[in-house]
Design a protein around this ligand. Sequence first.
Ligand code: APR
Length: 308
Amino acid sequence: MNKITVVGAGHVGATTAQRLAEKELAREIVLVDILEGTPQGKALDQWQSGPVEGFDTRIIGANDYGPAKGSDLFVVTAGIPRKPGMSRDDLVKTNAGIVQSVAAEIKKVAPKAMIIVVSNPLDVMCYVAKKVTGFPRERVMGMAGILDTARFRTFLAQAIGVSVDDIQAMVLGGHGDSMVPLISYTTVSGIPITQFIKQSALDPIVERTRKGGGEIVSLLKTGSAYYAPSSGAVQMVEAIVKDKKRLLPCAAWLEGEFGMKDVFVGVPCLLGAGGVERIVEIELSAEEKAALVKSADAVRETMSVVEL
Ligand code: APR
């Protein structure tokens, strides 16, 4: 890929830019932020890590979208992070305004680009980006499911005493307390997880996963998670750049899948050069289906707060 722009040079954005460069996923990475000097300073510092890390990707910082012109892909991390005691939904109005202005700029400088949204509340910010740009659903998606699933896999691996590599799982639904971990599809190298762990031990892990973001917010006190979130965003970029056709849980705009439409929610997506190339309608138990519908309802409720 020629050019990727990361909007927001804060914790998530800067970490994402560095990871993208280290993996040489684009020839050029542009870091855009409203703070004067911050994106320029961070970009210069990151670029200078190239000779040591061994990457030739050029990283450029800017306060305007001139250098972002013609980007193939944008990762949107602009916004304010969650403070202790704040729910993701409390952020909605402020971040909706920010994402609205960012999306309008993207449409101007790169009308053919893809957008991966990371700003919270995630599913609603995806809706703002899609609505403002008018881009098709293949090109506007959100990163949350990979993060929620990574948290789930981390806790499971630790509880069972196996490598995280061998835990396969998928957490669907909105990025919030209503997320839906699919226990029946969770395996250790293909073997159902229930053969390794009792339900009584699984329940607290599901609960800890649901509250995974909040656990970090209350420890950090001044911000929210960024190492794992940036890893998730970069995994999506890599799937697209390398046309890997990965099946990953991503926030996607539903048009009838799982019996729902006109809402962003975390579902299994096939990611490749075309962006969200397919939403895979896997079989769900009645309970899981109901939980997914409920989760989408929670997203819709927050959507209603946004005025565009
Ligand atoms: N355009 C560009 N950048 C902006 C804008 C804007 N309109 N408004 C704010 N920003 C920038 C801020 O200046 C800041 O540098 O977004 C950056 C956000 O960085 P942090 O405050 O460090 O927040 P971070 O931890 O990176 O989280 C960003 O990702 O995971 C989500 O919930 C999180 O919504 C939050 C977002």
